[in-house]
Every structure is written in C-alpha cells, then in structure tokens.
Design a binder for this molecule. Structure first.
Ligand SMILES: [Fe+2]
Length: 387
C-alpha cells in the first residue's frame, strides 16, 4: 500500500514538475495580459513580476486564485496585468526569477501584418499527435492561438469524474511548446466543445466545471485595436443557441461592424464536412446565427467538431455568393482525421490533421492550412476592399 502511494506521489509530482502557465486576454489585448497558472494548493502566491525586456525594474501585479473542483489539491491562479505598452515584449515570472518567461502585447493598428493560428479538437488520445501540431503551429510564429472546443477531451464519463490528468498534460504541453520565435508564450483563446461537458449538449455550466475553472467564459468578444474583432460562441453545450445568446451576438456584431477583420468561433459547424448536415445543432446555428453572420458581413467563421479540414465557398443562405461568409476549419488539431463527405457548399476539404494560419494586413487576410509537418494543404485570400 505504502509503495503504491509512493509511486502515485512520484508520478503526480513528475507530471507537475513542468510549469502549467498560459496567457490569455480578458481585456484589451493591446494594453493588458492575463497570466494564468495551476499550482499545488500549498502555493497560494498570486503575484506576477514583470518588466519590459529592455528595462531593469520589475513591477508586481496581484491577482487571485480558486480551487479546482472534485477536491483536487490544486489552485488556478489569475493575474490581469493592466497599463502595458502596445506591441511590446515583457519578461515575467511568478516569484522565481530563474523561471522567467516572456509575453508580447498586440499592436493598436496593422502597420505590420499580424498572424494567428486556429483549430479545434486539440488533445484527443495521443499526446504525441497534439504536441506535433503545437510545434508546427508555434513555428508559424503566431501572435496568439484559438482552440474552438474539444480542448483536452477530459469530460467525465458515466460513473467517473473529469480526467484531471488530461488537463495537466494539455497545459504542460501548451506551456512548453507554444512559444514564438522570440520565446514569448503564445496567448490562448478558447471556446467550449461537447467534450468539455458531461452530456455534451443542452447542459448547464455546472456540467463543464473544469472548463469554467480554467477559461471562465464560453461566450465573449474581443476587439484588437482598430483592426480585428472576434466573437466566441457556445454551440448549445452550456448555453442555448437561440434567445439570449443570439440577442447578444446581434448586438456584438452590430457594434463591431467597422472593424476591417471580423471572425466568429464556435465548435459545431453550420456547414459540417464529415458530420450530419441536419444535426439539431447545425440546424440551429444555420437558423439563428448564420443570418447575423451574413447581415453583419463576418469574414470567416472558424468551425470545429468534424475532425477534418474544410473551407466552404463564400455562402449566402447556403448558396455560393461572392460577398458571402466563409466557414473554415473543422477541428483536426490533434485527432486522427476523418474523411469529408462530398457537399456542394465545400470549396476544399481534406482528411488531414491541420491548423489554420491566418494573416491580417491593412489590405487583405490570408488563410493557410498546414499539417503537423508544415505541408500546406490549402491557401485562400480575401481582399478587404469591397466588403
Ligand atoms: Fe466535438
């Protein structure tokens, strides 16, 4: 018994030996950074020490922590650092200078193009597969990354609790691999998928307790300076598609219509590649959200859940139209890919594990799908003029 406990302790400390730190934004990405991390529950420090990389003096930002569900002996910490300079690299640490990390704020305008990566269905069964995609995504030197649900496949199964080890491995790999060419941690933005929720669809936030402990929200919006807008949505997992969420979406898209680059992110697609066209969720997305994406001319919707690569034609009311909305992605960051079906709305599809690299400039946006070896699966370009 004692030997068993010692072995268990050894593996849990080994798993926790690497830092589980991630960056995200809860506020303006040009002047703030949110630092989050997981620690054993004995480490209650909620301070981040930070300084511009070319300055000597450290400042301290204070935050808060909360306990994980299911009596796990760990804490989630959050520190919002405010008043940062735009487009600037900062050094930071959590109290141990020897473990100094770096972050970079976003620019206020698109003087230079910026790049981000997006995908979904990240850490399925194979850590190797997830890690390979992370490595390739980081090689693209993105300023941030978006995972559109099914993040760690840790959801509680019948008669068992949520797989906490999967979350630790997800964050451990993310902290280690997702660094840009200057060594800055790449901020993570997410929304929720069915594998974060016990029961998958039509559930409450209580049934996705770990997701909400780590990420706090599934429906939110972020504006980047005067150049980009992102709306994150919950495709019927813990919030209904119609009603309150759709009303919020209408207001949010209306208020952001002057941003030149506009995107929506949610898990289950309006226009799936390998799944059923007429699943209840896809029908509800088409009925309630697609008319708003079309009305407010969203440039692209990043969809997941189908474990393949897809890019639709620009679509209006389900038909090809040059000024329509493109639905792209389909969730194959770290899963074995599935075979897409033949569908009229698909311009390109592939049975491929991939991440999408999106570059925004003042005149255009480009989309490039890459596999874990860096092989380009598809490229697509949209000009800003005429939108
Ligand atoms: Fe899914």
């Amino acid at each position: 018994m004692r030997a068993c406990l010692l072995i268990l302790f050894f593996f849990s400390t080994q798993l926790f030996a690497e830092q589980k730190v991630w960056l995200t934004w809860k506020n303006d990405p040009t002047s703030t950074m949110t630092v989050m991390w997981i620690s054993p529950d004995s480490e209650k420090n909620d301070e981040v020490h930070y300084k511009k990389s070319d300055k000597a003096d450290w400042k301290v930002a204070k935050g808060k922590h909360w306990k994980l569900p299911n009596r796990k002996p760990f804490l989630v910490h959050k520190v919002d650092i405010q008043g940062l300079d735009a487009d600037t690299i900062y050094n930071f640490h959590l109290g141990d200078k020897s473990k100094t990390l770096k972050f970079r704020t976003m620019p206020t305008s698109l003087i230079q193009p910026i790049r981000f990566v997006t995908g979904g269905d990240a850490y399925h069964k194979s850590l190797k597969r997830y890690q390979a995609m992370c490595r390739q995504a980081a090689k693209q030197n993105p300023r941030f990354a978006i995972i559109g649900g099914d993040i760690a496949y840790a959801v509680a199964k019948k008669d068992s609790e949520e797989d906490w080890k999967k979350w630790q491995e997800f964050f451990g790999c993310w902290s280690k691999e997702m660094r840009d060419k200057d060594g800055c941690l790449i901020p993570l933005l997410v929304t929720i998928g069915n594998h974060e929720v016990t029961g998958s669809f039509n559930r409450s936030m209580n049934e996705a307790s770990f997701y909400y402990m780590f990420f706090e929200k599934a429906t939110y919006a972020l504006n980047f300076g005067n150049y980009a807008h992102f709306t994150f949505l919950d495709s019927n997992h813990t919030q209904k598609i119609h009603g309150k969420q759709t009303d919020w979406l209408a207001k949010t898209l209306k208020n952001s219509r002057n941003q030149p680059h506009r995107f929506a992110i949610y898990h289950v697609g309006a226009y799936p590649s390998s799944g059923k066209i007429d699943s209840q969720t896809s029908r509800l997305v088409r009925k309630h959200w697609v008319p708003l994406f079309e009305k407010y001319k969203v440039n692209a919707c990043f969809e997941s859940h189908d474990h393949a690569y897809k890019r639709t034609h620009p679509l209006l009311k389900g038909k090809k139209a040059s000024d329509g909305v493109v639905y792209i992605g389909d969730g194959s960051w770290g899963v074995p890919p599935r075979t897409p079906k033949k569908r009229d709305y698909l311009a390109v599809s592939a049975k491929k594990q991939q991440a999408l690299v999106v570059e925004l400039s003042s005149t255009k946006r480009t989309f490039k799908s890459v596999d874990p070896d860096g092989k380009v699966i598809d490229t697509y370009e949209q000009a800003i003029q005429g939108r």
